[in-house]
Ligand binder design. Structure first.
Ligand SMILES: Cc1ncc(COP(=O)(O)O)c(C=O)c1O
Length: 434
């Protein structure tokens, strides 16, 4: 038998591209290669993730100290598992959750499985990027709906935009509901020159994909809990969605990361001026980037603003030995960490400088306004109901059975259970209820 997956990985490694994608360790050697030899399981001396009382609990206590929270739970099932756990904890008996519409699939899955109904909040000022959730909009929604059990937002966005967590948290406290933040892209915000981690700014719980921006193996994530109401039962809540065989190398890499960061606290701070200078370079070349409060380490370039589609720019970066995290119609996103080398940043700068030389292939069109479609059934009914794929032209008036999310701006135009009113932004085939 051949080994197609293994071969692809080996071949990709040989390309030796500068990695501006996850994982945050960038294969820089910071991950101890001995970890693979430590692929053990739950044994009397290695503790058990969901009944942690020994070394795993001790490691989680270290992490809680590092992040300044009451309780931290390790997830070896990515941030998706931490997100599902947060939602379970905030909505023990179903109910309604106020949610930013720019939501990750794992949150929609959790609400579907748990019978939770979202009340949607649209991000504002998305322009070429996703936009932010505003405290006034949270306040208005809470005043209009008396039975909401929590508020869930994504900050930072994929493009690095950060919402006013302190303001939103204040509103949530006035209404005595928890603020849950999908901080998948922002674990490192704790370690910047200004600590802008959402847990510091008042969130009740955050789901943090530590593998994205910290030196952790892929799949490593944390659930940080800073609200006493959700500590008890948190392990049971996580185990509801998780494998009973958590990978020890991933968990141990989180343990090592905590030790490393605690001893090298300023590595993220030292990266800030380097990224700031690259953002200035792109700005001088006329490339649009998100404005307002943003993750200082995230680079999101709207190459469409200089007439080059994100896909074409992505291909160009690859040809220049630079592998971005992601390229969509209009944008290219780069995840930068202190584990990128000087040479990586030189390659990135050189490629950005040449972007203007490419033939133009993109004309910016006016964006259709994002709106909230009519919802006729619950997420659960729509996702679990019998469905079919049909050509998008035939989908008008049908009920969506899936999340339709064009990129950009990363805000679903239809969620399951909503009536499809226009097929402009949809893929060629659409999943609808029969
Ligand atoms: C905003 C957001 N939330 C959650 C996730 C899920 O994270 P993970 O891949 O660690 O499960 C992602 C993954 O890209 C994401 O972009």
């Amino acid at each position: 038998m051949n080994t197609p997956l293994y071969n692809a990985l080996v071949n990709h490694k040989r390309l030796n591209r500068s990695s501006f994608h996850t994982p945050g360790h960038k294969s820089s050697g910071i991950i101890n290669s001995e970890l693979l030899e430590l692929d053990y399981t739950e044994l009397p001396d290695t503790d058990a993730l969901f009944e942690a009382s020994g070394v795993i609990l001790e490691s989680e206590k270290n992490l809680a100290k590092l992040f300044g929270v009451k309780r931290t739970l390790i997830s070896a099932g990515g941030c998706s598992l931490a997100i599902m756990t947060m939602i379970r904890l905030a909505t023990m008996n179903g109910g309604k959750l106020l949610c930013g519409r720019n939501i990750h699939r794992s949150a929609v899955n959790a609400m579907t499985l748990l019978g939770v109904e979202p009340i949607w909040l649209l991000p504002r000022n998305n322009g070429a990027f996703t936009g932010r959730i505003y405290a006034e909009d949270v306040c208005k929604a809470l005043a209009e709906n008396s039975d909401i059990c929590g508020c869930y937002i994504t900050s930072p966005t994929y493009y690095g935009e950060i919402s006013d967590i302190a303001g939103i948290s204040k509103v949530c406290k006035e209404y005595n509901i928890p603020l849950l933040v999908d901080n998948a892209h922002g674990s490192h915000l704790k370690f910047l020159s200004e600590d802008i981690h959402p847990i510091t700014l008042g969130a009740s719980m955050t789901a943090c994909s530590v593998h994205k921006t910290l030196p952790v193996l892929t799949g490593g994530a944390l659930l940080n809990i800073n609200d006493d109401r959700f500590i008890e039962g948190s392990k049971e809540a996580m185990s509801l969605f998780a494998s009973t065989s958590p990978p020890y190398p991933i968990m141990a890499s989180i343990d090592l990361c905590a030790d490393y960061i605690s001893k090298n606290a300023d590595i993220y701070k030292r990266l800030e001026p380097i990224i700031a200078e690259i953002k200035i370079l792109a700005d001088r070349l006329g490339i649009l980037q998100p404005d307002g409060l943003c993750d200082p380490l995230r680079i999101a370039l709207n190459t469409a603003s200089i007439g080059i589609s994100g896909e074409k720019a992505g291909e160009f970066f690859r040809s220049m030995g630079v592998e971005p995290e992601f390229a969509d119609d209009e944008n290219v996103v780069f995840i930068c960490t202190p584990f990128n080398s000087e040479n990586d940043f030189t390659n990135l700068r050189n490629a950005i400088k040449l972007l203007n030389k490419l033939d133009k292939d993109f004309v910016v069109k006016e964006k259709s306004k994002i709106f909230l479609p009519k919802r006729v059934m619950s997420l659960r009914e729509a996702v679990l109901g019998k469905s079919e794929f049909i050509p998008r032209e035939k989908a008008i008036g049908r009920i969506s059975a899936d999340t339709a999310c064009p990129c950009p701006p990363g805000i679903p135009v239809y969620m399951p259970g909503e009536i499809i009113e226009s097929y402009d932004c949809l893929n060629e085939f659409v999943k609808v209820l029969i």
